[in-house]
Design a protein around this ligand. Structure first.
Ligand SMILES: [Zn+2]
Ligand SMILES: [Zn+2]
Length: 336
C-alpha cells in the first residue's frame, strides 16, 4: 500500500478554496513551526533548556546581537513561553509551563537529527534517562499503545478547530539562507540540523502536504499558491537532503511525481509532536485535526518516550552530556 493511498485527506484540505495565497488551513504544526522556524528564537529557547537565564549569558553563549536577543526575549514573554523576574537588580528569564512543554518537540527533532543527519559522527549530545538509568534515544510513540508511529497507519479527520484562516502578512518572503547560516553557528546540534530541513516555512508546508498524500508539482502549486521557482527550489533541496525522491510515473510525455523516502517518513513523528504542542497551547482547546491510530483503534496524539524503558520523557527526568569539536577545539559539558 502506498502512503498516499493510506492517508485519508480530510474534506477541508481537499477544498479548492485553498487556491488563494491569503488562505491557509488551520494547522497546529504550522503555528508551532512559526515559533521554532525563527533560527535565533530556536537557539534562545534551546539555551533555556540548558539552564541559561541571564541576558549577558545568552549573549556570551550565542554571540547574538543585543537587539536581536532583546526582540526574541520580548516575543517569548508575549507568547508566554518565558517569564521574567528580577534577581539582584537584573532580569532572569525562565521557561513557563508552556515553554517547558516544548521539551518533547525538541527531543523529537533531536532524535531525527541524530538518526539521519549525524554523518557518521557520534551525536553531539548524549542523554541519560534518570528514571531508568540508561543512556536514552528518544522515540516518537502513540500516546495510547506506546508503539512507534508510522504515517501510513494514521487516519486524519477534521477536529473542532478545522477551517481556514486569512493570513494578513505576506509569506512569500524567503528567509532560508539567513536561517541556515544562523543555525550552523555556535555549536553542533542535531535539532538545528533538522530545522535546517524543515525550519523554513515553505519546506515545512510542502512536507506537510506530502503527509496528506500530495505528490505532483501542479498539485503542490494549486494547494499552496507557491511561486514556481520557489517550489522548484524547495523540492530539489528536499531531494538533495534525501527526504524526497523524484519518480517517473509516465513515459510519453515524461512526467514525474515526488514521494517521501524512509528518511522523509521519519520526519512525520516530529511533526506530530509539534502538532500536539500547538493543539495544547495555541488552538484554544480546539484541535484542527484529530488523529486515529489504526493499530490500536484509538484517537491519539504523539508522545516522546525513552527507547529503553518506554516511559514518557520530561525535562526533569533527564541529564545530558555534550562532547564535540568545533574549529579544531574539543568541548565537553554535562548537567547534574
Ligand atoms: Zn496506538
Ligand atoms: Zn528510560
Amino acid at each position: 500500500m502506498t502512503s498516499s493511498a493510506a492517508i485519508e485527506t480530510p474534506a477541508k484540505h481537499r477544498s479548492s478554496d485553498l487556491r488563494y495565497a491569503s488562505v491557509e488551513t488551520y494547522s497546529s504544526v504550522a503555528r508551532t513551526v512559526d515559533i521554532l522556524s525563527d533560527a535565533w528564537g530556536f537557539l534562545v529557547l534551546r539555551e533555556c533548556f540548558f539552564g541559561v537565564r541571564r541576558f549577558d549569558h545568552f549573549r556570551a553563549v550565542l554571540r547574538v546581537p543585543r537587539i536581536t536577543l532583546a526582540e526574541r526575549l520580548a516575543k517569548f514573554l508575549e507568547l508566554d513561553l518565558l517569564s521574567e523576574s528580577p534577581l539582584d537588580g537584573r532580569h532572569e528569564y525562565r521557561l513557563t509551563g508552556r515553554g517547558r512543554d516544548l521539551y518533547q518537540t525538541i527531543l523529537a527533532l533531536l532524535a531525527f537529527g541524530d538518526e539521519w543527519l549525524a554523518r557518521g559522527v557520534p551525536p553531539p549530545l548524549r542523554l541519560l534517562h534518570l528514571r531508568c538509568g540508561c543512556e536514552c534515544h528518544p522515540r516518537v510513540a502513540c500516546s495510547h499503545c506506546k508503539e512507534s508511529i508510522d504515517p501510513r497507519r494514521i487516519h486524519y479527520r477534521d477536529g473542532p478547530g478545522a477551517g481556514v484562516e486569512i493570513r494578513t502578512e505576506p509569506r512569500q518572503r524567503s528567509r532560508r539562507t539567513a536561517t541556515v547560516n544562523i543555525l550552523k553557528r555556535v555549536r553542533p546540534c542535531s535539532v538545528a540540523r533538522t530545522l535546517q530541513i524543515i525550519g523554513d516555512r515553505w519546506s515545512f508546508l510542502i512536507l506537510r502536504e506530502f503527509f496528506y498524500g500530495v505528490r505532483r508539482f501542479d498539485e503542490f502549486q494549486g494547494r499552496l499558491s507557491i511561486a514556481t521557482n520557489i517550489l522548484t527550489d524547495r523540492l530539489s533541496r528536499l531531494c538533495a537532503e534525501g527526504v524526497v525522491e523524484r519518480m517517473p510515473y509516465q513515459d510519453r510525455p515524461a512526467r514525474y511525481e515526488y514521494v517521501l523516502t524512509a528518511k522523509g517518513r521519519d520526519l512525520y513523528g516530529s511533526m506530530l509532536v509539534m502538532m500536539h504542542w500547538g493543539d495544547k497551547w495555541l488552538a484554544g482547546g480546539k484541535p484542527p485535526l484529530k488523529l486515529r491510530h489504526r493499530d490500536c483503534g484509538q484517537d491519539v496524539h504523539a508522545i516522546v518516550v525513552c527507547d529503553r524503558c518506554g516511559q514518557e520523557l520530561d525535562a526533569h527526568g533527564m541529564s545530558y552530556a555534550t562532547s564535540y569539536s568545533l574549529h579544531g577545539r574539543a568541548f565537553t559539558a554535562g548537567s547534574q
